[in-house]
Design a protein around this ligand. Structure first.
Ligand code: SF4
Ligand code: SF4
Length: 100
């Protein structure tokens, strides 16, 4: 089975395998959880407006904006939770924000 983003879901994991309250005990394990599933709003990258100032990078609470060789790339929608902070800080209208 796949989720709405086309990411394969491991259906062998039962509720008994999940920690109480879904608490994550291990540090650095967030990349293993597809938190983009929780999103109701989404940002959209407008590539042609981006000046690669990178102001949006440190404000993203989910590290969902990849940077390669000083240039930001499109959003990692597997981890973006749709908080809209990147949209608020971008001074160049390079991010739109809408219902998912
Ligand atoms: S803040 Fe806007 S212009 Fe700057 S890197 Fe991010 S998307 Fe591009
Ligand atoms: S909407 Fe929020 S979580 Fe998604 S990329 Fe922007 S700042 Fe990160």
């Amino acid at each position: 089975m796949k989720n709405k983003m086309g990411i394969k879901i491991d259906e062998t994991i039962k509720w008994q395998d999940i920690t109480p309250g879904g608490v994550i005990y291990d540090s650095g394990s967030a990349q293993h959880f597809i938190t983009g599933d929780w999103r109701s709003m989404k940002p959209e990258f407008v590539d042609e407006n981006c000046k690669h100032c990178l102001l949006c990078i440190p404000v993203c609470p989910d590290s969902a904006i990849p940077v390669v060789e000083g240039k930001r790339l499109d959003f990692n929608m597997s981890h973006c939770k749709g908080c809209g902070i990147c949209y608020e800080v971008c001074p160049f209208k390079a991010i739109e924000f809408m219902k998912d």
